[in-house]
Design a protein around this ligand. Structure first.
Ligand SMILES: [Zn+2]
Length: 347
């Protein structure tokens, strides 16, 4: 049987698109640059042989902020290991509504390819961080969270309705939550909130829903690499999705992570493990990918095992850490190496 392989989502934006951001171009000009970037990304994705592709998130400002791109980034600060930080926006008034749904990106991509297209959405837990500490007059935190759950569910529903092959919740703050609160209280509250959203979906639909967790990825740095995945994986598998896309290639002790997966994953879960690293310039050989898959297959039944990249290659639009050429070369290595492993495993 062929082992499944899928990207996480993002690809570094072309220079022309990155240059345009913040230069005061008209909406039409920016849209034309995005359309060019999506067309080129899909062509190059198809050329890798990847059986499932994405639009490379070319039109998203970031994996987390596309629904609220109009808000200033003046809220919660997430520090990265190399000293830089990223900020969330702050909500100033209710009612909370998404300015943009991910299905609009999906529709553009599906019009350009016959291959299955996967769509990433931000998890409600990430957007829950935009409600200010000191509250909003006449709009309580409870009212906000109720609106947020409605909007996050609508975001996923629209992607399914527009024919997404799968919908992936980007839940990078799962691991960060454990760095901030080792008691696991924050992580459990995030999972509870996301499950409120997922409860709106049928068992069948939830088989097409997945979650991505990593140690963060911005400008080649991480926000929670020190957290032991064996600590959060048992909680993560309580999330009501069928697919789990987990960082593995960068983990210092892959066997420890795989043992935790084996211990906690349920029989209906499909587990996609990272076999390429998004921000090292060295392109993995297909043989190295094959060996990583074979290691994972010692712990996860190949029928439920898939491969992916440890993270997207540019979750933030301004990130130039990895070139487009390197990103697509890594994807090609993932596809070839996964195929090689399938053959070894008697496919
Ligand atoms: Zn990631």
């Amino acid at each position: 049987m062929a082992i499944a392989t899928e990207p996480i989502g993002s690809i570094p934006r072309p220079t022309a698109l990155r240059w345009a951001v913040g230069r005061g171009l008209s909406d039409e000009d920016v849209a034309a640059l995005c359309a060019d970037a999506v067309r080129d990304t899909i062509e190059r994705f198809e050329a890798t042989g990847s059986p499932v592709i994405t639009d490379g998130e070319q039109s998203k400002p970031s994996h987390a902020t596309y629904p609220v791109a109009g808000l200033p980034l003046d809220g919660l600060t997430v520090p990265y290991a190399d000293g830089h930080s990223r900020r969330y926006p702050t909500l100033a008034a209710g009612p909370f509504r998404y300015e943009r749904f991910a299905a609009t990106y999906l529709a553009d991509a599906r019009a350009r390819t016959h291959l299955p297209v996967k769509q990433a959405v931000v998890a409600a837990s990430a957007l829950s961080l935009i409600y200010p500490e000191d509250g909003i007059a006449d709009y309580s935190r409870e009212e906000f969270l109720a609106d947020l759950v409605d909007e996050a569910a609508a975001d996923i529903k629209r992607c399914l309705a527009f024919g997404a092959d799968s919908v992936q919740l980007d839940f990078s703050e799962a691991r960060l939550a454990l760095a901030l609160d080792p008691s696991k209280g924050m992580l459990k509250s995030f999972i509870e909130l996301n499950n409120e959203v997922l409860d709106r979906f049928s068992e069948t639909d939830r088989g097409r829903l997945g979650v991505h967790v990593c140690a963060g990825n911005s400008l080649g740095s991480t926000h929670s690499a020190e957290v032991d995945p064996a600590e959060f994986l048992p909680e993560l598998f309580n999330l009501g999705v069928g697919r789990f896309y987990l960082q593995l290639a960068r983990e210092p002790d892959a066997r420890r992570v795989l043992a935790a997966v084996k211990e906690s994953a349920r029989p209906h879960h499909r587990v996609f493990v990272g076999v390429t690293t998004p921000f090292s310039a060295t392109v993995e050989s297909p043989g190295l990918v094959r060996d990583r898959v074979l290691l994972a297959a010692e712990y996860v039944d190949p029928a439920r095992l898939g491969t992916t990249d440890d993270c997207g290659f540019a979750p933030y639009a301004d990130d130039t850490t990895t070139s487009r050429d390197v990103a697509f070369a890594k994807i090609r290595a993932r596809v070839e190496g996964t195929h090689m492993a399938s053959e070894v495993l008697g496919a």
